[in-house]
Design a binder for this molecule. Structure first.
Ligand code: RM4
Ligand code: MN
Ligand code: MN
Length: 396
């Protein structure tokens, strides 16, 4: 086989294997804590979110599942399951991870699973268990827990006692899982609490996942780290310990900015993908869910989502084309510049022609971003959705 054909075969295999989940909240109106800018085309209903997700999948071929947030998407809990199932059939999009919501009810003002009140903790655990039930009814595997709990001022909470409450709560939640399901534990060092958060980093999340039970894993949200953190090293550790469950991808310049993947630091995403692909090539058992966790306040939501998926495909392919055999030899002989150039060289390779060839071959539009800007879908939903009372999610 010619080198060119071989390259194309490897590229097509990598792109066929790449799937990334999109979040329902990425299509809804959101904003900053200062204000919300409403878009006429934003989705307000679960049906509109499925419709938008299906358009993104139709154009990119890479997003067959939609992450759902329980309170926003299934406000009537299990009673909404049948409706969601019929939307799955209609739009040919499956429900993805189920995200419990422990951050909106007034009673969670001082915490949910870590609230000093046993009664409130109990209600928060019940919400976790209900989320597991919803996931089961929808055939969704992953329950992704992001815990907003923490405190704002030193001395106002007993941090160690809260660890114990959290361990118990996660064990109870884990006990409700079906045999195929997983509990993913997300961490975040700040926001909404600004002195301490109860699951602040990957070490805490890993401990809690281990204590919760054998089906719990860690979820890495790329925006949930301190600035200098080496995220790919965290990923390498989680792979090594068998505790990596999934990702929430987004980019940021300062904090949890939820900007478009790769818009600020595409090299970061490339380095993370390299760790995953390296582990796959080393035949390390891996089961990692790629998810997007972004909200676009100013960009058009459909455009931004398609742009995100295309950026992810480009970075994934760049990482897939790293010559890991050559790299490993150069690492072994400590040829620093040689190794770095192989690595960096893959990052700088223009893979877009390969992606265009793959799209042509798979019957996809060669330029999905241009397609969503010109194919009339956004115009249609803008007309259909304009004029009705727009709802704004309280998530900022
Ligand atoms: C949090 C976290 C969660 C997401 C919420 C909306 O910062 O990233 O994963 O569900 O935001
Ligand atoms: Mn997240
Ligand atoms: Mn976040």
């Amino acid at each position: 086989m010619s080198a060119e054909k071989d390259l194309q075969r490897r590229a097509f295999e990598a792109l066929d294997a790449f799937r990334i989940e999109i979040p329902s909240w990425g299509f809804a109106n959101t904003g900053t804590r200062f204000g919300k800018f409403v878009q006429a085309a934003a989705a307000s209903t679960i049906e509109e979110k499925f419709s938008d997700a299906s358009e993104v999948h139709r154009l990119t071929g890479a997003t067959p599942t939609l992450a759902l947030h329980v309170l926003w998407d299934l406000p009537h809990s299990l009673d909404d399951v049948e409706k969601v199932k019929s939307l799955e059939r209609e739009y040919e999009i499956r429900s993805g991870s189920i995200n419990p919501n422990l951050f909106q009810d007034q009673e969670y003002k001082f915490g949910s699973l870590c609230n000093p009140s046993a009664e409130i903790r109990g209600r928060a655990v019940e919400h976790m268990v209900e989320s597991v039930r919803i996931a089961k009814a929808l055939g969704s595997r992953d329950i992704s827990l992001w815990l907003p709990d923490g405190s704002n001022y030193p001395g106002t909470q007993n941090m160690r006692r809260r660890i114990g409450w959290l361990e118990e709560a996660l064990q109870e939640s884990h006990a409700a899982l079906g045999p195929e399901q997983r509990l993913l534990v997300e961490y975040k060092p700040f926001e909404p609490a600004f002195y301490h958060t109860d699951i602040a980093d990957w070490g805490m999340a890993m401990h809690l996942a281990k204590v919760a039970g054998p089906q719990a894993r860690v979820l890495v949200d790329t925006g949930h780290h301190y600035q200098a953190q080496n995220i790919e090293q965290v990923v390498a550790w989680l792979i090594h310990t068998g505790m990596l469950g999934g990702f929430h991808f987004n980019d940021r310049r300062y904090a949890d900015d939820d900007l478009t993947l790769g818009s600020i630091d595409p090299y970061q995403v490339f380095r993370i993908f390299h760790e995953i692909l390296l582990a796959e090539e080393d035949a390390v058992p891996l089961d990692v869910a790629f998810m997007i966790d972004q909200s676009h306040n100013l960009k058009g939501k459909l455009e931004a989502m398609v742009q995100t998926v295309c950026a992810a495909q480009e970075l994934w392919l760049k990482a897939a084309l790293v010559d890991r055999e050559v790299l490993s030899a150069l690492q072994g002989s400590c040829d620093l510049v040689g190794a770095e150039e192989v690595f960096r060289g893959a990052f700088w390779k223009d893979v877009r022609p390969l992606i265009v060839a793959w799209r042509l071959d798979r019957g996809l539009p060669t330029d999905p971003l241009d397609a969503i800007r010109t194919n009339g879908y956004v115009d249609r939903i803008t007309k259909e959705r304009a004029g009705r009372g727009s709802s704004v999610s309280s998530y900022a």
